[in-house]
Design a protein around this ligand. Structure first.
Ligand SMILES: Cc1cc2nc3c(=O)[nH]c(=O)nc-3n(C[C@H](O)[C@H](O)[C@H](O)COP(=O)(O)OP(=O)(O)OC[C@H]3O[C@@H](n4cnc5c(N)ncnc54)[C@H](O)[C@@H]3O)c2cc1C
Length: 385
């Protein structure tokens, strides 16, 4: 594993940083306050190729891989972590999964829109009574001969009320558990029987839409089954091993934002006649932040390197997500302390950092689930895919 970034990777990093500073940073406070999803940011990301990592160029991909993707997502998430979801929700989720499991027609029809940003993607797994135990989902797709009839409710779906086309996992064989789930491509704009209910009372991630999606006799074309019938659970786990890189990278970047802000504040704020950064207890707090921050970033690089080299990466991805989560939550908590009462003011970003950091303990597998994945692989109870 080579830690040195190539010239091309540095260019990607600079491009994403410039984009985030120019196109996202000016709106962060405004969009937080208004819980506003700025759709044009996705379009601009598509224009710049920021949604096309590890996607073949014939479908609009940018010809670059995981490492370049995490470098770009990191820069974006450092500025506003809500926007990390664009890469997971369009590229590493739907586009990559359709590229792996789709027919030629499905690839040609759907991937270019997710990659150029003209189509908002999503992936729907969670339900009101189904979270960690994915195999217990209830949304049912009945085979009606020439179409599927979808009934059920999905919950907490990122991008849900702005989504154009997304992936959805549903039961196709009742009572078969993980072996009775299939994956579908759902066209939200052209499918009657779908009600989207925005979840507005969220702790954080305010500019990133999250929704409840209700399906009542929604007709899904026969050809929108993705991959083999009843293999949806495996497809879902494959997809999560990719989209979790969005959480791992996003949380590591959030930790970096907390660290950078805290260092600057500690140098500028004086008490007892000295910058607070001169006091050993503040230095201890900064040092603690650096340890987790650096570990999180390197673990993301490691997982990206494994993926680029087509090596088993499930354990490394879960570990990176869990480490990133620790770094972000502890980093945001520490930043709030270092900023003192200003940290508690909404004029400073500490509140947003803390609210946004907490998401990582839950979504795409809770921390308990990731501890289990990591340990089960180590103990030989499950394969490191
Ligand atoms: C902001 C946000 C965005 C999201 N976006 C999406 C999305 O785009 N698509 C999607 O499908 N879902 C999405 N989710 C849902 C998320 O993936 C689920 O919330 C998550 O999988 C956990 O499910 P749950 O909330 O039902 O918790 P539960 O599974 O009910 O867990 C509750 C608690 O019990 C613990 N627990 C459960 N089972 C065990 C066990 N066997 N051993 C030990 N502890 C256990 C958990 O760790 C947790 O602490 C999103 C959630 C949030 C908050």
């Amino acid at each position: 594993m080579d830690f040195g970034l190539t010239e091309e990777q540095r260019m990607v990093q600079d491009m994403a940083r410039n984009f985030a500073e120019k196109e996202i940073a000016p709106y962060v406070d405004q969009d937080e306050e208004n819980h506003y999803y700025r759709r044009e940011i996705l379009t601009k990301m598509g224009d710049l190729g920021l949604l096309g990592w590890s996607i073949p160029e014939e479908y609009g991909g940018n010809g670059m891989g995981w490492m370049e993707g995490v470098l770009a997502l990191y820069e974006i998430s450092k500025v506003h972590t809500s926007w990390r979801l664009a890469i997971s929700g369009n590229c590493w989720g739907p586009a990559m999964t359709v590229n792996e499991y789709g027919t030629d027609e499905q690839k040609q029809k759907y991937i270019p829109g997710w990659v150029d940003g003209s189509s908002v993607g999503s992936f729907s797994i969670t339900e009101p009574n189904t979270g960690s135990d994915v195999a217990s989902m209830k949304t049912f797709a009945a085979d009606k001969g020439d179409h599927w009839l979808l009934n059920g409710t999905k919950m907490w779906i990122s991008g849900g009320h702005s989504c154009d086309v997304g992936l959805l996992y549903a039961v196709t064989e009742k009572g078969a558990g993980a072996k009775g789930i299939s994956c579908f491509i759902v066209d939200y704009n052209n499918t009657p029987g779908i009600t989207r209910i925005p979840i507005l009372k969220k702790v954080g991630m305010w500019p990133a839409p999250t929704s409840e999606l209700v399906f009542e006799n929604a007709m899904i074309p026969k050809e929108n089954l993705l991959g083999p019938l009843n293999k949806g659970f495996l497809i879902c786990m494959w997809q999560l091993n990719n989209t979790r890189m969005g959480c791992a990278t996003g949380s590591a970047a959030l930790s970096a934002a907390c660290l950078a802000g805290s260092v600057q504040y500690a140098q500028e704020r004086t008490q007892f006649g000295k910058p607070i950064g001169k006091y050993q207890m503040i230095q201890q707090q900064i040092a603690d932040m650096i340890l987790e921050d650096e570990a999180a970033k390197l673990m993301v690089y490691h997982a990206a390197w494994l993926k680029d080299n087509k090596l088993p990466s499930q354990q490394a991805t879960s570990a990176a997500k869990l480490m990133g989560c620790h770094a972000a939550v502890n980093g945001a908590n520490m930043a709030m302390k270092i900023y003192g009462s200003y940290g508690y003011s909404t004029e400073y970003p500490c509140g947003r950092w803390l609210r946004d950091a907490k998401q990582f303990e839950t979504l795409e597998g809770t921390s308990n689930m990731h501890n289990q994945i990591i340990a089960n692989i180590e103990l030989g109870y499950s394969p490191n895919r």
